[in-house]
Write a protein that binds this ligand. Structure first.
Ligand code: UD1
Ligand code: UDP
Length: 370
């Protein structure tokens, strides 16, 4: 009997990193695949799905402008209840650390359905940084039965919390699987800066960075744009109105700053591959950049992704204006410092994480359940 696996996700990064798993499940006769989107993100999720040919079986369509964490959690719980009752999957797969992740795992737990957690074991050990993601992933792992850790480090984090060794599988990160599909050597379409310009890409959206920290970052980049006229800063703005309003207020008058809509993932991956430098508070970008050899200044004080810092591609710079200005300037004026960071080293596996995940699920059901 095939194993019925239901993948549940809701935001852009979950969709990008679950897409390879969803497609592998769909094309494998060991499994019956069901896909549920909560649509915690609407536009940014809908941008991803057709790129990977994903047509969900259920769409909870929960997103509301200015939604609170309570809104997301309660809507997901209520909406998933009848879906899980009807479909009765053998296992629910969740990904990462969003509120969809935590609420979907909770909904499955309430019906005693087994839970597999893709990208399990990332930790900062500080429940407010990043907020609420660190708590989301810890709470999800309390409920998880089968853990897919992207690296040995994340496996060790799980073992330190006394999760059973035989339930933790190191798979690599499915972001690398996705990049095998998106990154193309001869890609040209997403060139947003002229050839003579050095291109800096900015992404920023974290809840704890909204307001004052984001203002500081924008002030630092304003100084960089005014001082370095050979630099173009491109900011594909997250759909959060709080991000967009502030960016427009602080940066829209500068000729060499381009505030653009979120890029499709194929454009975005190839665009950062061809950029000089990335500044970002994103989790996913921290995983992608090391294999592209593009330095990233991480706009956060802590990271649950130390692998890229150890590989030398990422540097944590926080959100203080002067720190960001100095760190960016250093990479613009000092070729040695730049070269030391601009090296491609992928700590996240061989791009077959999805296959390892499917094998682990099959073995789990053979050895422990049937
Ligand atoms: C969420 C996740 C965060 C993840 C991020 C990826 C939580 C608590 N946060 O944060 O972990 O890093 O997604 O981007 O789960 N909006 C739109 N259209 C969209 C998406 C968002 O209009 O397609 C607007 C809405 O007004 C929404 C707001 O952005 O209320 C914030 O979205 P939300 O999912 O609550 O939080 P994110 O900051 O996107
Ligand atoms: N991304 C994208 N278009 C953009 C910006 C980012 O496709 O304009 C991709 C990026 O490559 C990564 C994911 O979105 O795979 C990261 O999403 P985000 O930063 O919103 O969330 P996080 O990873 O911080 O949870």
């Amino acid at each position: 009997m095939p194993i019925k696996v239901m993948s549940i996700f809701g935001t852009r990064p979950e969709a990008i990193k679950m897409a390879p798993v969803v497609n592998a499940l769909k094309n494998d006769e060991r499994f019956v695949a069901k896909t549920v989107i909560t649509a915690q993100h609407r536009d940014m999720l809908d941008q991803v799905l057709p790129i990977f040919d994903i047509v969900p079986d259920y769409d909870s369509n929960i997103m509301a402008q200015g939604q609170t964490l309570t809104d997301i959690t309660t809507k997901v719980l209520l909406d998933l209840h009848p879906i899980l009752q009807k479909e009765k999957p053998d296992m629910v797969l969740v990904h990462g650390d969003t509120t969809t992740t935590f609420a979907a795992a909770t909904a499955a737990f309430y019906q005693q359905i087994r839970i597999g957690h893709v990208e399990a074991g990332l930790r900062t050990w500080n429940k407010y940084s990043p907020f609420p993601e660190e708590a989301n992933r810890q709470m999800t792992d309390v409920l998880t039965d089968l853990f897919f850790a992207p690296t040995v480090q994340s496996k060790q984090n799980l073992l330190a919390e006394n999760h059973p060794q035989n339930a933790v599988v190191v798979t690599g990160n499915t972001a690398i699987d996705a990049m095998k599909f998106t990154v193309k050597k001869d890609y040209t379409a997403a060139s947003l800066a002229s050839n003579k310009q050095r291109q800096l890409v900015l992404t920023m959206h974290r809840r704890e960075n909204l307001g004052a920290p984001m203002t500081q970052v924008f002030s630092a980049l304003r100084r960089i744009a005014q001082e370095f006229l050979d630099v173009t800063i491109v900011f594909p703005m997250h759909k959060n109105p709080q991000v967009r309003q502030l960016a427009k207020e602080k940066l829209s008058d500068l000729e060499n700053v381009r505030l653009v809509e979120p890029l499709g993932v194929i454009d975005f991956h190839n665009f950062i591959a061809n950029s000089y430098l990335v500044l970002s508070d994103s989790g996913g970008v921290q995983e992608e950049a090391p294999s592209l050899g593009v330095p990233v200044l991480v706009l956060r004080n802590t990271t649950e992704r130390p692998e890229g810092v150890e590989a030398g591609t990422l540097k944590l710079v926080g959100t203080q204006e002067e720190d960001i200005y100095q760190a960016t300037k250093e990479l613009l004026v000092n070729p040695q410092k730049y070269a030391a960071m601009a090296q491609a080293q992928n700590p996240y596996g061989d791009g077959f994480a999805s296959d390892y995940i499917l094998t682990a699920i099959e073995q789990y059901f053979c050895q422990y359940i049937r």
